[in-house]
Ligand binder design. Structure first.
Ligand code: GLN
Length: 197
């Protein structure tokens, strides 16, 4: 098994560490590769799109020729997880800010995103959420977080906060507005790995 982490920008090593911890906990092994260039995504069995700055990430994914590879990977049914900026990039549609800046979206998830849904008031915060899909309370870290404000019929809402969707899935795609890689709780990565193993 090969799990790719897009490493163009953002919290890459934190995702790699979280994956290593999650794999250890479940007693399974997989190779993890960080991806900066074209040619690696097609060999991956699962992929993570970390948080960062979605405009920059989108631009570089196109420039490096990785965006099309991600779309192909999705078409082949491989699990993909996007966190924070990753959630934005997965979306089909964006809010006014996304449209105005002609920000590139991968468009593989039938969602409409608000790019800075929670971030304006408070740059970053930590809060305890009831996340039924993880079976218990969960401490989530939000950093200039986006939110999903529209979902197509194939999207399952996993959690909401302040009326906006902060966790959702569509088939093998998992999108989170918060940063599961920034806490020691591996339940989100475990949930994602369940799609692979
Ligand atoms: N809202 C940010 C953006 O638009 C994403 C923030 C994050 O990934 N921490 O790119």
């Amino acid at each position: 098994m090969l799990i790719g982490v897009i490493a163009i920008q953002g919290d890459v090593s934190e995702h790699v560490d979280a994956l290593i911890r999650a794999l250890e906990e479940r007693g399974q092994s997989a190779d993890i590769v960080t991806i900066k260039h074209k040619g690696i995504v097609p060999g991956c069995d699962a992929l993570i799109l970390p948080g960062g700055e979605s405009t920059t990430l989108g631009r570089l994914l196109i420039r490096e020729g990785i965006a099309d590879e991600i779309r192909q990977l999705h078409l082949s049914g491989k699990p993909i997880m996007g966190t924070c900026a990753g959630l934005i990039l997965l979306a089909k549609e964006g809010d006014e800010q996304v449209k105005k800046t002609h920000q590139h979206l991968l468009g593989i998830m039938d969602t409409t995103v608000n790019r800075n849904a929670f971030g304006r008031q408070r740059e970053s915060f930590e809060t305890e959420l009831e996340l039924p899909f993880l079976n218990s309370p969960y401490t989530a870290v939000f950093i200039r977080a986006p939110g999903i404000v529209g979902c197509g019929k194939d999207v399952t809402v996993l959690a909401k906060m302040d009326g906006k969707v902060i966790a959702a899935e569509q088939g093998n795609i998992l999108a989170l507005a918060f940063h599961p890689e920034l806490t020691f709780d591996t339940r989100v990565h475990q949930y994602f790995l369940n799609k692979l193993f």
